[in-house]
Design a binder for this molecule. Structure first.
Ligand code: MLT
Length: 329
């Protein structure tokens, strides 16, 4: 083979290798630098707590740090849009919850499609919510609270983390169940909403146990009810909202891990394996159980498990949101 032919073949091989490494493929060494895990709500809130609980153990398995970055705003849709258009190289991931399923019905002009703009890595945990109030709110029990809300609907307010957040979904369902409208106060996550509640600046908040349990135990907020179908193992003395007479009331928040569409399978497989290893780590599971979260069965900690859940939840929530006439636009 002549030198000229060799040079042409070498150049062609080099070009092919370079093309092969562009979006859609990674080299075998992935990950070679820190991975960013984007959280769509403010630091210190339930989604953030979950992300930070997973980041350390996942980083250990992957041999690189997993750095949590908060991109709050517009009920989680700013972060989801950011990750949807990020480089699909395995270095930008998104942890998100039920809001991924409700955003499509709430926002007319989303720049991404929850079902087609992402790669699915796996479901993580299910987390029930609690209805909490500022600690000097007069009612002591759930039944009294419901009567109090009805009597004071003109002055009470309800905090939430924006249309697309689960605190908003829960507040919307509660108002619908009670047949009334309260003033709502929007925050960039339930961490700042809870700070406002503890400070007595807002009256009510519906939030995931992963954030409320420590504040309930610390006596900083008043706990009225749980949003699961049956009482929570972490809060056995707390009635469900159904027990309070709100028939069928149930909001359990589910969480998943996503990557931009086109992320190489090799990277997705490695991140998925790291997620499943973290969810088996006894220190992680103990922490999650203490916070009232339930690790989903292993079969759901998979791309198919997450995709199916998202599709089912879009089906579930879209008619509810449409019939409530709620829109973020
Ligand atoms: C929500 O209400 O959607 C979340 O609790 C927001 C958060 O994680 O701060």
């Amino acid at each position: 083979m002549s030198t000229a032919v060799r040079a042409v073949l070498l150049a062609a091989w080099l070009l092919a290798s370079l093309a092969g490494c562009k979006g859609g493929e990674v080299d075998q060494a992935y990950p070679t630098r820190p991975i960013t895990l984007v959280v769509p709500f403010a630091a210190g809130g339930p989604t953030d707590v979950l992300a930070r609980t997973l980041a350390g153990p996942m980083g250990e398995t992957l041999g690189q740090s997993v750095v949590v970055e908060n991109k709050p705003g517009a009920g989680g849709t700013i972060a989801a849009a950011y990750v949807a258009r990020a480089q699909p190289d395995g270095y930008t991931l998104l942890v998100h919850h039920t809001g991924m399923a409700t955003s499509k019905a709430l926002y007319k002009n989303l720049t991404y499609d929850p079902l087609t703009s992402f790669e699915f890595i796996g479901q993580v945990v299910d987390v029930p919510m609690t209805l909490v109030g500022r600690k000097d709110l007069p009612p002591g029990k759930l039944g009294e609270l419901i009567a109090y809300i009805k009597a004071n609907r003109a002055t009470l307010n309800f905090a939430h983390a924006g249309a697309g957040s689960v605190s908003h979904l829960c507040a919307m369902l509660l108002q619908q169940a009670l047949g009334l409208e309260l003033t709502t106060v929007q925050f960039q996550g339930t961490a700042p909403a809870l700070v406002a509640l503890v400070g007595g600046h807002v009256d009510l908040l519906c939030d995931q146990t992963t954030q409320t349990i420590p504040h309930v135990n610390g006596g900083r907020v008043k706990l009225y009810g749980a949003t699961a179908r049956s009482r929570l193992a972490a809060l056995p003395d707390t009635p469900t909202l159904q027990e309070g007479g709100l028939q069928g009331f149930e909001v359990v928040v589910w969480h998943g891990l996503y990557a931009p569409k086109g992320t190489p399978k090799d990277a997705l497989d490695k991140v998925g394996a790291a997620l499943r290893a973290a969810l088996k780590n006894p220190a992680v599971t103990q922490r999650l159980v203490e916070l009232g979260a339930q690790v989903v069965p292993e079969a759901q900690q998979t791309p198919a498990g997450l995709r199916d859940r998202l599709a089912a939840e879009i089906e579930k929530w879209t008619p509810v949101i449409q019939s409530a006439g709620v829109s973020a636009d």
